[in-house]
Design a binder for this molecule. Structure first.
Ligand SMILES: [Zn+2]
Length: 106
């Protein structure tokens, strides 16, 4: 994903990453290793986005915005799965927020 973004936006050659994108990739890998949910989640899931630093999160978002729609055409099954996972995750977060509000109100 990052590779695609780098190639399209930073004009790097195939299978190469510029310094910035390589750092981003390393960061993503590191976060994934430390994530309490483990590495069985797709790296672009809500979960991993939540544990990124704000500036890294912005970079990842830019990568998603760029690669996301393209993935739908090259990997429709993966894209579908991601959509479902994201929805599920959003619902969970919503529920948690509601519970939190209830606790605060009581
Ligand atoms: Zn790049």
């Amino acid at each position: 994903m990052i590779e695609k973004y780098c190639k399209g936006n930073h004009k790097t050659r195939k299978h190469a990453l510029c310094k910035e994108c390589r750092e981003l990739l390393d960061y993503v890998k590191l976060r994934r290793e430390k994530c309490p949910h483990g590495s069985n989640k797709p790296f672009c899931s809500n979960c991993s986005i939540h544990c990124y630093k704000p500036d890294m999160r912005e970079k990842i978002r830019a990568v998603m915005r760029y690669s996301g729609p393209r993935i739908v055409f090259s990997h429709p099954i993966l894209a579908m799965r991601h959509l479902i996972e994201t929805k599920r995750e959003n619902k969970k977060i919503e529920k948690e927020n509601i519970n939190h509000e209830k606790k605060n109100a009581a």
